[in-house]
Ligand binder design. Structure first.
Ligand code: ZN
Length: 368
């Protein structure tokens, strides 16, 4: 009997210690999860409960010397779906593929994908976005943002440049002044429960976007328009491949016009000219042609000054007193400089001429 009692007491002690050890392990684990891993798990919970959508910032506009807006923004929509809120997937696939001109498989893949938010299409016209909103489909979000718009289409295209899908500058002033123009994106934060359903009471938290700065340039679109017309005329009559015209204010060096025809349509910068777009081009070749089309010859190419430099030679000669307007010259059509025979553009020679006539004739030997 006594022996039995002792063994019972022993059992109780063993069980007590076993429980204590287990309890300590659990407490240890709890401390580990709550203290050491706390950041990790609260981040995971946050990811699950918060749904973030970005709001594009309005990009700064570009204005010419007269304050005319030459690069603007127009409101477009981004259409997304939220998997957990979808109630009629088939109807959504049907409506979105029809309204957005997308294949049903493409839309279905996105509608059925298990993710917190899935973008279907961006840069959708505002009217189209409003139309989709009017269907009142649960789980379909229509967010408004901005798209770059150029009211003058191709005018000064190579100077202004254009922006890509995420509204970032690609070429020209758009990329040069990117950091001033781009602004700061905002976010819409929505709190959801574990199943991804939005909690109305928690509401939406908004961080408003900061619009970009406007850019004021010295270009005058009136002068630009005349310069472009003139360059087109010259290209036509001379059968040239390209013609460039630069108009500068000599008082301060401001550029008032910079035309480099053929220009391209800033609202469709990836459309090649017709003769090129009809061919079957490789991606590489297409990119090469696009780069060529976007290239601003006025600043990217070098060009020998040629006869335009004679103005400086003449002015220096007159000012230095080495020549007067009435000095007589004779042009035989060429002149020997060291071991080189350099021709006049009139190979038969201008004959006898004074300095004024030589300047009018743009006679090479006289200026040499
Ligand atoms: Zn000559």
């Amino acid at each position: 009997m006594i022996k039995n009692k002792t063994s019972n007491r022993k059992k109780v002690v063993v069980i007590f210690f076993a429980c204590l050890v287990l309890f300590l392990i659990l407490i240890g684990r709890l401390v580990y999860l709550m203290v050491v891993q706390s950041d990790h798990y609260s981040q995971m919970a946050q990811d699950l409960h918060e749904r973030e959508r970005s709001i594009k910032a309005a990009r700064g506009r570009i204005l010419d010397a007269n304050g005319t807006v030459i690069a603007d923004n127009k409101t477009v929509c981004t259409i997304s779906v939220i998997h957990n809120q979808i109630k009629e997937p088939d109807r959504i696939v049907e409506v979105l593929s029809r309204e957005l001109d997308l294949s049903e498989e493409y839309v279905r893949k996105r509608v059925e994908k298990y993710s917190s938010i899935e973008r279907i299409k961006s840069n959708v016209d505002k009217e189209k976005g409003d139309a989709i909103r009017a269907y009142n489909l649960e789980g379909v979000k229509v967010d408004e943002d901005y798209k770059r718009y150029y009211p003058y289409d191709s005018l000064a295209s190579k100077v202004l440049g254009f922006t890509g899908g995420d509204n970032q500058g690609i070429i020209g002033l758009e990329v040069k002044y990117e950091e001033y123009l781009k602004g700061q994106e905002g976010t819409i934060l929505t709190i959801t429960d574990a199943r991804g359903v939005e909690i109305d009471a928690a509401g939406e938290q908004r961080i408003d976007p900061v619009p970009g700065n406007d850019l004021y340039i010295s270009l005058d679109m009136n002068i630009q328009s005349y310069a472009t017309q003139l360059a087109r005329q010259v290209m036509e009559t001379k059968q040239a491949e390209r013609v460039s015209i630069l108009v500068m204010n000599p008082q301060n060096g401001e550029i008032m016009a910079m035309a480099d025809v053929p220009e391209f349509d800033l609202n469709h910068p990836y459309d090649l000219p017709e003769d090129a777009s009809t061919q079957n081009l490789t991606e590489e070749k297409k990119q090469e042609l696009l780069n060529q089309m976007w290239r601003n010859g006025c600043i990217s190419d070098t060009y020998e000054p040629g006869s335009t430099f004679k103005i400086i030679t003449a002015a220096a000669g007159l000012e230095g007193g080495v020549v007067t307007t009435q000095d007589q010259f004779s042009c035989p059509g060429y002149i020997m400089v060291e071991d080189r025979r350099i021709r006049c553009h009139k190979t038969t020679g201008h004959g006898a001429e004074n300095f004024i006539q030589a300047t009018m004739n743009s006679c090479n030997p006289v200026f040499m």
